[in-house]
Design a protein around this ligand. Structure first.
Ligand code: WQD
Length: 339
């Protein structure tokens, strides 16, 4: 199978590439490296002991996309590329709407031009209306509360309309909960630029000594210990969900949407203590004010993915922390260390 992967050098893209190559897929990674590194692709090839094609390009560049896709002749596209920082999306909404929405439209147009009708799309749990108490099922009302989340919500609708207009189209939309962890080798992982916004890379840098302490945003939520609860999912499980979705999209027409999580809830302090176990060090923290826009709890109902895709998560929080620490300690400067 030939697969065209936008954002292939990113955190989730790189882990998915390794699994695709190990299944003997022919892969083209299309990435502008705006928040990723070509070093990740070199490591993917080494890990999978297999080659892939890589094209440096932007999904908003319709001509570049078409040249790359005509050469790749894909059976399916996995669409990871997009801007993803929630806070930044409120400061630069037009940049988010342009990159994520215009980029996705350019991608679908190019797929039409080259006759590829299968897509797996990276959506997010942030599309759900936070007024509904977790766990979220796919039928729950949508109502993203920031521009980033709204781009995902709008792209879902665009893909749904595209699939409805093309009887031969297949689209699997995956709503990720909180992706964390790294490949077991420690060779690829999450490499955020600057001070991380997300919990897991922040904890990892405190453990490594490059940040002084974790600020725990809120200690008075209605959760087991008062700190925010999330459904963390190991990036290797997330990657395998894409392979299951590709298989599904190869046989079933139309558009469907799946939550991709574990169905289990972990609080900030539970995650911090699990990470302490993994790295063998105490991690300094202080409980501070709630972060604007955060919900108390976000957990997936994962029964649909299990029922229809035949997929479920295998890894637990201890695996997530272990692999994340392995990546962090082997690559203190992320991909800056080079090959
Ligand atoms: C998790 C928990 C924080 C940092 C975001 C996006 C979502 C998706 C994943 C997609 C919360 C707490 C965090 C810190 C803390 N992104 N926290 N101190 O907000 O659930 O989801 O990332 O591309 O769309 O919204 O993830 O990791 O930021 O936070 O206490 O320094 O950790 O309050 O309870 P979130 P997160």
């Amino acid at each position: 199978m030939r697969v065209f992967v936008t954002g292939g050098a990113g955190f989730i893209g790189s882990h998915t590439l390794v699994q695709l190559l190990r299944q003997n897929a022919e892969v083209t990674a299309f990435d502008n490296y705006s928040n990723s590194s070509p070093v990740a692709l070199a490591r993917v090839k080494r890990l999978a002991q297999s080659d892939l094609s890589s094209v440096e390009g932007d999904i908003c560049n319709r001509a570049a996309l078409e040249t790359a896709m005509r050469a790749a002749k894909p059976d399916a596209v996995i669409h990871f590329a997009g801007l993803k920082a929630v806070g930044e999306s409120s400061e630069k909404p037009l940049s988010y709407y342009k990159n994520n929405i215009a980029g996705s439209i350019a991608l679908l147009e190019t797929m039409d031009a080259v006759g590829c009708r299968n897509i797996v799309f990276s959506s997010s749990a942030t599309v759900y209306d936070p007024a509904k108490a977790a766990p979220f099922t796919e039928e729950d009302p949508l109502g993203a509360v920031n521009p980033y989340g709204r781009t995902k919500q709008f792209i879902e609708e665009i893909i749904r309309d595209w699939a409805a207009a093309n009887s031969d189209a297949s689209a699997a939309i995956l709503r990720y909960f909180n992706p964390v962890g790294a490949h077991v080798s420690g060779d690829i992982g999450e490499d955020p630029v600057g001070i991380p916004n997300n919990l897991m890379p922040f904890i990892a840098r405190v453990a490594a000594g490059s940040l002084p302490r974790l600020q725990v945003f809120g200690g008075d939520y209605p959760t087991s210990d008062g700190t925010g609860a999330r459904d963390y999912i190991h990036v290797e499980d997330l990657a395998s969900a894409h392979l299951a979705a590709l298989k599904y999209a190869a046989t079933v027409k139309g558009c469907d949407v799946f939550n991709i999580g574990t169905g289990r809830s972990t609080t900030v302090l539970e995650m911090l203590h699990a990470f302490e176990q993994a790295c063998g060090k105490a991690i300094a923290y202080r409980i501070t004010e709630r972060r604007a826009g955060d919900v108390a709890s976000s957990v997936a109902d994962v029964s649909k993915a299990k029922r229809i895709l035949g997929w479920q998560a295998k890894y637990d929080v201890a695996d997530m922390c272990q692999s994340s620490w392995n990546w962090q300690s082997r690559n203190p400067k992320g991909y800056d260390n080079g090959q």
